[in-house]
Design a protein around this ligand. Structure first.
Ligand code: NDP
Length: 263
């Protein structure tokens, strides 16, 4: 039997085991997907190998460590230095990124998005910002602290901290911070969030499975919003294709994975 896992800290909230196991069970694949609470990203490779995994997903805060521990990086992950999917292939760990395409899939229902404000500057932000630029969008990144903004200095994006940010009009504001994941924090001070929300047409959060304080504010202001569930679904479908070497079509994977959201 093939074994897959998700690594993260925290990881207990993750729906990935349910999603992938739904595909394995209903499409009769001899495989199982579990979760691993990993505190130190540096231990990712050894843990992956000692568990004898065939593949894994990586979530907060280890996506950048995952990039470093892989033997080979393929596709979009190469461009962004962030890995959320690892496949074991001929004794090597191959790293991919399926988050960004998963997010683009999730905002299909929002009409023309030209100007985006990304809250946060971690692994998820890096992937989304690069994808937005590839799609021809104008991007601003707003982060709590300046350190991680340096990772965006080679890109044609505006980078701000809470201290020097000036309000502008946006089509979409996306929360990629972990604020609201296992606490009730907003991704920026309340007055700033309120002003930002007054100047956007759409709102999205990468966090799923709960109405974060950020989405709650968008709801109060009647702004159309999405949580991260469709992003999760989108990235999961693409990861499953990689795990099973495209054994099934995207449509049939999606059909089975969606059932995990009804449980
Ligand atoms: P990282 O640890 O790489 O980055 C975290 C970012 O959040 C940093 O910019 C950090 O700012 C900021 N941050 C953390 N706490 C706060 C806070 N209290 N207030 C303001 N900013 C804060 O995380 P990832 O990019 O890997 O993941 C981010 C989120 O996206 C997680 O909640 C994760 O669950 C979610 N996610 C969802 C996916 C889905 O499929 N739906 C896929 C991928 C991620 P600083 O630099 O100042 O520390």
């Amino acid at each position: 039997m093939k074994l897959f896992a998700i690594f993260g800290d925290p990881v207990s909230h993750s729906k990935s085991p349910l999603m992938h196991n739904m595909v394995f069970k209903n499409l009769h694949v001899n495989a199982c997907y579990t979760r691993v609470h990993l505190k130190e990203g540096s231990k990712l490779r050894d843990t992956f190998l000692s568990l004898g995994l065939s593949g894994a997903n990586v979530t907060v805060p280890h996506k950048e460590s995952a990039y470093k521990v892989c033997d080979e990086i393929r596709g979009f992950a190469k461009k962004v230095g962030v890995v959320n999917t690892i496949v074991y292939e001929n004794g090597k760990l191959i790293g991919y990124n399926t988050d960004a395409d998963g997010f683009i899939f999730s905002i299909k229902e929002f009409d023309t998005i030209k100007k985006v404000l990304v809250l946060g500057a971690g692994g998820t932000a890096k992937a989304l910002v690069q994808k937005f630029l590839d799609e021809g969008m104008e991007v601003t990144v707003l982060n709590r602290s300046a350190t991680r903004l340096k990772d965006f200095s080679h890109l044609d994006v505006t980078c701000k901290t809470w201290e020097n940010f000036e309000i502008a009009e946006y089509d979409l504001v996306v929360n990629t911070t972990s604020a609201g994941l296992s606490d009730n924090n907003l991704p920026a001070p309340q007055e700033l969030i309120s002003a930002i929300l007054d100047h956007t047409r759409y709102v999205a959060d990468a966090i799923y499975g709960k109405l974060t304080p950020f989405l709650q504010k968008a709801k109060e202001k009647n702004i159309p919003f999405k949580d991260g569930a469709d992003m999760l679904l989108g990235q999961g479908v693409l990861a499953n294709e990689l795990f099973l070497e495209k054994q099934f079509s995207k449509e049939s994977i999606q059909k089975e994975m969606q059932k995990a959201f009804l449980l």
